[in-house]
Design a protein around this ligand. Structure first.
Ligand SMILES: C[S@@+](CC[C@H](N)C(=O)[O-])C[C@H]1O[C@@H](n2cnc3c(N)ncnc32)[C@H](O)[C@@H]1O
Length: 267
């Protein structure tokens, strides 16, 4: 389902546009945490539209981006022409062992069918002592776009329609879950860092569209709702944006808090 969803050019573009500001803010933190610089051979997994790859290139690193979505690779290659982009599955990569100094994964781990196995594959391609940094949105219960969405869904969506099965997309913001999983995958010195990222929407009504048109799993939940329930969720999100978001001439700034997790490969 993930593979099919992200292969849709309109979802790829919807994500790139809708989450542009938030992903750029987090990309800087990912690049900081892997100490990206001129002597760093970096792999950006689940590279998407290339937002993290762009940040790594700006710091002088030698960058390879990998994604299984062809339209995402096209967006990334045109945004960051000096990086190399390859189509492939992060769960089973073709790179030899011990290839990279650093691996970044911007909002990709929650899409893995088995996050621990995906992170084991990361340790394989990292040199011993290499750094990983990956980001996760804060979800249910958080003050911001994802928390508001899941709260609205819980109150207003058809309860017989549920998220497709798969690992909880937000569970790794909890250090009690993230630390043992990352350590079991072959890392040490695991740290979790809060990042106060935010989205920008042109109109309060648009927050619904950001999820509906730029996501895969959350969107599948919204798309299967009857029209009146979709309208109710849209209105609920719009009320929160109107009440809570800061504004300026560019639009409404909606909190989209995230957590960056970093660790060193034991090799
Ligand atoms: C939410 S987007 C993140 C894009 C970007 N890294 C960012 O920071 O915003 C997730 C990306 O992961 C890709 N993806 C998900 N699972 C993958 C896998 N197993 N292998 C390769 N790419 C994957 C999707 O195609 C999509 O481009």
């Amino acid at each position: 389902m993930e593979r099919q969803g992200w292969a849709d050019p309109s979802i790829a573009k919807g994500y790139a546009d809708g989450f542009e500001m938030a992903t750029r803010l987090v990309a800087r933190k990912l690049a900081d945490e892997v100490a990206a610089g001129p002597n760093c051979k970096a792999l950006d997994l689940c590279t998407g539209h290339g937002v993290v790859a762009a940040e790594l290139v700006a710091r002088g690193s030698d960058v390879t981006g990998l994604d299984f979505s062809e339209p995402m690779i096209e967006l990334a290659q045109s945004a960051v022409p000096t990086a190399r982009f390859v189509q492939g599955d992060a769960m089973a990569m073709e790179f030899p062992d011990d290839t990279f100094d650093a691996v970044t994964i911007g909002f990709g781990v929650p899409h893995f069918p088995d996050p621990e196995r995906g992170l084991k594959e990361v340790t394989r391609v990292l040199k011993p002592g290499g750094r990983v940094a990956f980001s996760i949105w804060r979800g249910k219960g958080s003050e911001g776009a994802f928390g508001w969405l899941f709260d609205a869904v819980e109150r207003l969506a058809d309860p017989s329609i549920s998220l497709p099965s798969g690992p909880d997309a937000h569970m790794l913001v909890d250090g009690g879950i993230a630390k043992p999983m990352v350590e079991n995958a072959g890392f040490h010195n695991v740290r979790l860092i809060d990042v106060a990222s935010e989205l920008c929407v042109s109109d309060p009504q648009v927050l619904f569209d950001v999820f509906d048109g730029g996501a895969v799993r959350a969107a599948s939940l919204l798309k299967r709702q009857p029209k009146e329930r979709r309208d109710a969720i849209r209105a609920d999100l719009a009320t929160l944006v109107q009440a809570e978001a800061n504004t300026d001439i560019r639009g409404y700034f909606v909190p989209a808090p995230s957590v960056v997790i970093t660790a060193l490969s034991k090799g």
